[in-house]
Design a protein around this ligand. Structure first.
Ligand SMILES: [Zn+2]
Length: 478
């Protein structure tokens, strides 16, 4: 049996107003091709880079959120290679003195907290973008010079699900900080995975690893890691050796494809960037940025568990997105702490399902947190039952109406009146002799069937708990 050993490299686009080394607008999603370029990001001879202070600030904030060290000195290096989208023939990056290093983040895998090391996070400039159309290739330099933070984990990840959770947590922290959109479809977060296998019980790093690029969604990351585990297991089972290669993930075919082998691996000939001085970051500056850190997902999860009595798994779901956690807390504030758990269930259950079905984002949601609280209250008080509550939520979701209005207009109030319930109960007993006989011969479950019959007859409006009591009373007394 093998244990996967996985490290992740994630490129994150930083949310600065301008590019990393020039004043061009940092926007390549909405702009026309090559709208935002200048001699610096076009790599024209003699143009000199000037460092964007905000990019350093965002990088350090992210580093601090990842429990990293911020060394007092950081410097720039040239990474040399030739490619059409790289105008200068080199990329300004950081080699031996990254802006932050040696941190960690935690993920919860099967109820267990696992700490994943962060080796380093360094700043570098993005390349232009190649566009292939009608047999020709074009280059859009809007992306050239955009600030990227490359976050490199230690090989501490040991399952495809853990790899996915690592990325979910990383994106959550990025968004809490406002450091990046973390939007994978737009390329604001790009992932690569280093994957190898070792015998279970071994603590040594395997001699070779396979690097998989082009992972553009959480689903792709998980699928690619699963695929590589299968592929490498088969090689090792036959006594073979896994070759050190760089692969690309082919999403359409769901397999990894060799891009280059070790023999052709690049030698980037790194050397210090002569056009930029090394950067000193004072302890006072770091302390100031640390003071500005907002509450992070980890702390929010702890607070939701403590203040709202939520199980950790629910708190994690709600706290992954800062806006969602805000929505939840507003609902709790409106409905009272007694509804805290119910509200979490309404959100992570029926509301998430509706949002997924319709592809509705939180900011477009027409159910106000106060309205959700009112709905939850109506169910908790017994005014309507859960089934009716779900129908009311669907209507609130579609039309933005108050739950009280919907309940009144559609006459949905739960029937708890004993006289009305008894009529349904007696009809169910009379109409289902087999179930009655089952119950009396000791099959206690048969009563559930009869409750179901009453609920159907009442179109879901009977108070199910009262119905069960009445049924048992009727059956036991006869
Ligand atoms: Zn520029």
């Amino acid at each position: 049996m093998y244990e996967p050993v996985i490290g992740m490299e994630v490129h994150v686009q930083l949310l600065t107003a301008s590019k990393l080394f020039c004043g061009c607008r940092a926007d390549y999603v909405s702009a026309a091709p090559n709208a935002f370029t200048c001699p610096v990001c076009l790599g024209l001879p003699g143009a000199l880079p000037v460092l964007n202070r905000k990019a350093v600030e965002l990088s350090v904030m992210m580093g601090l959120a990842l429990n990293c060290e911020v060394p007092p000195l950081t410097k720039w290096d040239r990474k040399n290679y030739s490619y059409p989208d790289l105008a200068k023939g080199y990329q300004i990056s950081q080699y031996d003195l990254p802006v932050t290093r040696d941190g960690w983040l935690t993920v919860r895998v099967d109820e267990e907290e696992r700490r994943i090391g962060i080796r380093r996070a360094h700043l570098e400039e993005d390349t232009g973008k190649l566009i292939h159309m009608g047999g020709r290739s074009y280059i859009d330099f809007n992306r050239s010079g955009m600030p990227l933070l490359e976050i490199v984990s230690e090989p501490d990840i040991h399952s495809p699900e853990e790899a996915r959770l690592y990325l979910v947590k990383l994106r959550s922290i990025l968004r809490y900080l406002g450091v990046s959109t973390g939007n994978m479809e737009e390329g604001a977060m790009r992932c690569e995975a280093n994957i190898s296998l070792r015998p279970v019980g071994s603590t040594e790093l395997p001699p070779t690893h396979v690097e998989v690029k082009n992972l553009n969604s959480f689903r792709a990351v998980k699928a690619a890691v699963e695929y590589e585990i299968r592929r490498q297991s088969a090689i090792l089972d036959q006594g073979g050796q896994v070759e050190q290669v760089t692969m690309g993930w082919d999403d359409a075919r769901s397999e990894t494809v060799v891009q280059r082998t070790k023999e052709e691996a690049h030698d980037y000939r790194y050397f210090p960037e002569p056009d930029l001085t090394a950067l000193r970051i004072t302890a006072e500056q770091v302390a100031e940025w640390r003071r500005q850190l907002p509450e992070l997902p980890e702390a929010r999860v702890a607070r939701l568990c403590r203040d709202c009595g939520l199980p950790a798994a629910d708190a994690e779901l709600l706290a992954e997105d800062r806006a969602l956690a805000d929505y939840y807390e507003k609902a709790v504030a409106a409905g009272g702490e007694a509804l805290a758990k119910d509200l979490a269930n309404w959100i992570t259950g029926p509301l998430f399902r509706l949002m997924n079905q319709e592809g509705t984002a939180l900011e477009d949601l027409r159910v106000a947190p106060e309205q959700l609280a009112a709905l939850s209250q109506s169910v908790a008080s017994g005014a309507i039952n859960v089934t009716t509550g779900r129908q009311v939520l669907e209507e609130m979701f579609a039309g933005g109406k108050d739950p009280a209005t919907i309940i009144r207009e559609r006459d949905l109030v739960q029937v708890s009146d004993e006289g009305a319930l008894l009529e349904w109960v007696r009809a169910a007993v009379a109409g289902n002799p087999q179930a009655v006989q089952d119950y009396r011969s000791g099959k206690a479950q048969a009563v559930k069937f009869l409750v179901g019959q009453v609920m159907r007859a009442s179109r879901g409006q009977a108070n199910a708990a009262s119905v069960e009591q009445l049924l048992k009373r009727e059956l036991d007394s006869a």
